[in-house]
Ligand binder design. Structure first.
Ligand code: MN
Length: 205
């Protein structure tokens, strides 16, 4: 049995694909520098876990905290790239399963968009807005994530995220986070969110 390390996933679209809502410059630095930093941070940490077997000093509390930060950052960015796409093909109103959940739990897409945007805009400092689906209750929820610290609830799985760290939007929107959050709705890949919902509902408990 062999362990693995994290690798930066390539984007499934080119760096100009999210324009004019997210610029090539913004996307390049976010993916190539910031996401890469979490990959590197996670791998450095994994090396510390490996080294503790041969007796190297190991701070378990610090390691647990770093694991949440770097691995959380790695995973959330990986999800984020996937739940966006070119505005030619993405954005607009959802259809399929996600549209049914939104109608059932929020009454309308307008209500859902408003609440999700509020959660994103009101995140203090650095963090994320996340949409999750609870299989115990068949309900969708909007959560706020501080930094990259995902609170793990086993019955919930994240279906969509929006990065509201300043590094995600500062080149394009400066300090005006609400404009960036509004722009995001032109990029949401609803097909990918529907695919994730189906995988989660179909996987064994
Ligand atoms: Mn980010």
């Amino acid at each position: 049995m062999k362990s693995k390390f994290y690798e930066l996933p390539a984007l499934s679209y080119d760096y100009k694909a999210l324009e004019p809502y997210i610029s090539e410059e913004q996307l390049r630095i976010h993916h190539d520098k910031h996401h890469q930093a979490y990959v590197d941070g996670a791998n450095a940490l994994l090396k510390k876990f490996d080294a503790r077997k041969s007796g190297e000093t190991f701070d378990a509390k610090a390691a647990a905290k770093e694991l949440s930060f770097h691995v959380g950052g790695y995973l959330l960015h990986t999800l984020f790239w996937k739940n966006m796409g070119s505005p030619d093909k993405c954005g607009g109103e959802p259809d399929g399963l996600i549209a049914e959940y939104i109608e059932k739990d929020f009454g309308s897409f307008e209500n859902f968009k408003k609440e999700y945007s509020q959660v994103a805009i009101s995140t203090e400092g650095s963090g994320w807005a996340a949409l999750s689906l609870c299989r115990n209750t068949n309900r969708i929820f909007i959560q706020q994530i501080e930094k990259h610290n995902v609170n793990s609830i086993p019955s919930h799985r994240i279906m969509m995220v929006l990065d509201v760290w300043e590094h995600a939007y500062y080149i394009d929107y400066k300090n005006v986070r609400p404009e960036y959050v509004e722009a995001f709705w032109n990029l949401v890949n609803w097909d990918e969110i529907n695919r994730r919902i189906k995988v989660w509902l179909d996987s064994p408990l």
